[in-house]
Write a protein that binds this ligand. Sequence first.
Ligand SMILES: *[C@@H]1O[C@H](CO)[C@@H](O)[C@H](O)[C@H]1NC(C)=O
Ligand SMILES: *[C@@H]1O[C@H](CO)[C@@H](O)[C@H](O)[C@H]1NC(C)=O
Ligand SMILES: *[C@@H]1O[C@H](CO)[C@@H](O)[C@H](O)[C@H]1NC(C)=O
Ligand SMILES: *[C@@H]1O[C@H](CO)[C@@H](O)[C@H](O)[C@H]1NC(C)=O
Length: 459
Amino acid sequence: MRPSHFLLTSLAMVAAVPGGEWHPPNLTTESAKDLLLETGTCCAALSQALGAMVSYPGQHSFESSVASYWSVLERELSPSCVVTPNEKSDVSRAVFILRIGDEVFPGQCNFAVRSGGHTPFAGSANIESGTTIDLTKLRPIDVSADRTSNFEVVLASGEIVNANATSHPDLWRALKGGSNNFGIVTSLTMRTFPQGDFWGGFLVIDIAAIEQQFAAFEALLGNPDYDPYASLIFTLFWDAPTDVWATSYSMHYTKPMENPPAFRNFTSLPQLYGTMRTSNLTDFALELAVTNPSDHRDLFVTATCRNSAEMMAAIYRISQTIVAPLRSVPNIKLSISMQPQPAFLSRKSASTGGNAFGLNDEDEDLFNVLLTITWDRAEDDALVYRQARSLLDQLEAAARDLGVDHPYIYLNYAGPWQLDAIVAGYGAESVERLRETSRKYDPRGVFQRQVPGGFKLGI
Ligand SMILES: *[C@@H]1O[C@H](CO)[C@@H](O)[C@H](O)[C@H]1NC(C)=O
Ligand SMILES: *[C@@H]1O[C@H](CO)[C@@H](O)[C@H](O)[C@H]1NC(C)=O
Ligand SMILES: *[C@@H]1O[C@H](CO)[C@@H](O)[C@H](O)[C@H]1NC(C)=O
Ligand SMILES: *[C@@H]1O[C@H](CO)[C@@H](O)[C@H](O)[C@H]1NC(C)=O
């Protein structure tokens, strides 16, 4: 069970404006160069400009920042310094100095941008021997009074701009899927709606009825009148000590209606355990968080498939074949989650300005597959990665055989070796638009070259 930061975790970075003559108050290109030459390193120059917002190994704010990543794999990197900005102007000054720093000390001023810090693989939001900009002190989510949305972004030049439907609309669209390739998002204004109590919870259905569960999932997702209030995460769990599999659901219907028709094909099957109830979003979010404990090594790997119960059965079959060698890994947890991604979601996005995912007007019902493995010892990394790759390779081959493969890769769940495939999965047209947008807002390629974490646009 993972999900749910579907939107928020991807909001990391940004870019510059042609000419680059913009500079922050009290700093010019010349004075920044002087500062860098006087102090000798990017971190030291940042300390001069930002004072105690810059911290070093051994200092409390450095150590607590590094210790707060969800996955231990991210905590094992040691940046040269961590910048913890208090406000957007601090982010702007930091990016300005890091950009000029790369001119003065080429290759020595690389940086990472960290928002929630949930992506598990090393280097996605942290960096060895560079600067990590930790955004946790910014409280960037606003509720929009007029129900529109807007990104406030620090570009590679350091300039702060608004990207929305009427201001820099190309950048606005690129940020919906473009991750850390364009700038640092310092504030996000979202369209909202009131949400009262609703029905949902956690449900364990007897795995003896697995075929009926696959059929129920296919029928729910394939319903031409998909009920937009119905959301579920179906999970296959493997219990390593007993080598037993189980099926569970995180199931929510965002109206206060008990056991709605959309879910009855599931709820009519034999249940072993359940917490289904009417409650509020906070309560349900806390319940989901319990299934995502921190302090372990974690791997996510993902794929997207077209709606097919037969494919779900293939995923279960393949999963059973790769787990045997993993039984020797202490404290291993392995699960495979599947989430409906009905066609109406992309149609809805297209009607509100589109996105960079290449999923505009998608007319097919898809489902997301997420493999999650957690374990504790570094010496098991290679085995875990090997088995995960094997599962994904076999899964992709099975999807092709069944004609249900799809190139889209949901970036928040991508494994470290899937990054190039994310860009490819967006489709040639979307990638060309993203590259154009990058060249326009970041002509020097700061976010392509100096920010190595995450997927890059290949320019
Ligand atoms: C710019 O310098 C002035 C005068 O030294 C100072 O008062 C002000 O806080 C500085 N502004 C920034 C953004 O550092
Ligand atoms: C879009 O950006 C412009 C320019 O900064 C700003 O005036 C406007 O309020 C923004 N619109 C929204 C909906 O935030
Ligand atoms: C329940 O399953 C039946 C039989 O597969 C199917 O016809 C129906 O559409 C399903 N109902 C929903 C709401 O998914
Ligand atoms: C949400 O539900 C929990 C559990 O019933 C309750 O303790 C809490 O007060 C509720 N919060 C809100 C904001 O209603």
